[in-house]
Design a protein around this ligand. Structure first.
Ligand SMILES: [Zn+2]
Ligand SMILES: [Zn+2]
Length: 301
C-alpha cells in the first residue's frame, strides 16, 4: 500500500470538513468526573476532508482514533507531530494500526538536533519503558522530517512555523476545502524565555494565523497562574484570545487544558472570555475544545 489518499478512510461521505479533538488535555491524561465534558486524553487532533483523514500529535487520544480507523481499514495514515514531549507521543504504542501488516503509517515531525523522528518514536518503546519493542510493529512505517516550510497530502496543504516551547516545536496551518485551520497546542506567547525565535515572532505568528476559520491554541493557564509557570512553554486564555483577535480568527478553541482544570472552571473561563470579547467589539466565536466533538465546516468556503 502506498500513501495515496484512500476514500475508504473518510469518516463521512459529505463534502464537509470535520475537525475532531481526540485529546484536548496537556501534560498527562486526566480522566475522572471533573473532566468528562472536555475530556481527559492528551493531545490528538483529526482533520477529516472528503477523501482523507489526517491526524496531528499522538497523545493518548490517538488510541481511540486508532480503534475507529481499524474498524474501517486497511489504512494509510499520516501522523503529523508538533514535538516529542510525552503528552504528544504517549498514545503511539497503543495505536492499533501499528500492529496490522495491512496498514501503512507515515510519521512526519520536526527533527530534534541530530536525533531523527524514527529514533525519537522508537525510543519510547525501548524495554525499560514499554514491553513491546518497536521491531514488533507490523505496519509499513515511514518517517519524514518537517522543521519548516510546507507539506502536501491529498487535498491538504500544510504550512509549519516554529513556536516558543522547549525543544524544536512547530505549529501547523492546515488548508483544506477553502478553509484554514491552525493548530498550535504548545506555545508561550509572551515572556522573554525563548529569545532565539525573535525577531518579529509575534508579527510572524499573527500572519501565520491570519484569517483562520479555526484556531486551536495552547491555553493552559489563567493570568493568576502564569507568573508561577513563566518559561514552561505555555500561554494564558487572555494571551490566546489576543492572538485570535489580532489575527482576525473566526473561531477560537482553547486547548491543551491543564490536567487540574475542571469542566466547571473551563465553562466559567469561557463565559468570562466571551464577555471580554463582546466588550471589545470582537465577533470571534470562543469555546474550550471538547474531546469527541466534531467541528464541521462546509466543503467550499
Ligand atoms: Zn504538551
Ligand atoms: Zn510540550
Amino acid at each position: 500500500m502506498d500513501f495515496a489518499p484512500s476514500p475508504s478512510q473518510a469518516r463521512s461521505t459529505s463534502e464537509g470538513i470535520t475537525v475532531r479533538c481526540w485529546g484536548t488535555r496537556g501534560s498527562i491524561p486526566s480522566p475522572g468526573p471533573k473532566t468528562v465534558e472536555h475530556g481527559g486524553n492528551t493531545t490528538c487532533l483529526e482533520v477529516c476532508g472528503p477523501d482523507l483523514r489526517i491526524v496531528f500529535d499522538a497523545g493518548s487520544g490517538i488510541r481511540p482514533f486508532g480503534t475507529d480507523l481499524v474498524e474501517r481499514g486497511p489504512n494509510a495514515v499520516h501522523i503529523f507531530l508538533t514535538h516529542f514531549h510525552w503528552d504528544h507521543i504517549q498514545g503511539f504504542p497503543f495505536f492499533a494500526p501499528l500492529y496490522d501488516p495491512e496498514d501503512s503509517i507515515k510519521v512526519i515531525g520536526p527533527k530534534q538536533k541530530d536525533i531523527d523522528v524514527q529514533n525519537l518514536f522508537a525510543g519510547q518503546m525501548g524495554p525499560i519503558y514499554f514491553p513491546v519493542p518497536f521491531s514488533f510493529v507490523a505496519a509499513h512505517m515511514e518517517f519524514e522530517h518537517l522543521n519548516e516550510g510546507g507539506y502536501e497530502v491529498g487535498d491538504f496543504e500544510l504550512e509549519v512555523m516554529r513556536v516558543r516551547h522547549p525543544s524544536f516545536v512547530i505549529g501547523y496551518k492546515i488548508k483544506i476545502g477553502g478553509h484554514v485551520i491552525c493548530f498550535i497546542p504548545d506555545n508561550e506567547l509572551e515572556g522573554d524565555v525563548y529569545n532565539e525565535l525573535e525577531p518579529n515572532f509575534r508579527k510572524r505568528l499573527v500572519d501565520f494565523c491570519g484569517d483562520a476559520d479555526l484556531l486551536l491554541h495552547d491555553s493552559m493557564y489563567t493570568e493568576e497562574e502564569y507568573p508561577h509557570r513563566a518559561g514552561w512553554g505555555h500561554s494564558t486564555f487572555e494571551q490566546t484570545m489576543r492572538l485570535g483577535q489580532d489575527a482576525g480568527v473566526k473561531k477560537l478553541l482553547f486547548t491543551h487544558h491543564d490536567p487540574m482544570r475542571t469542566d466547571y472552571e473551563l465553562s466559567a473561563i469561557v463565559a468570562k472570555m466571551r464577555e471580554d470579547a463582546a466588550r471589545s467589539g470582537s465577533g470571534m466565536i470562543i469555546e474550550a475544545a471538547k474531546e469527541g466533538v466534531d467541528y464541521t465546516m462546509d466543503g467550499d468556503a
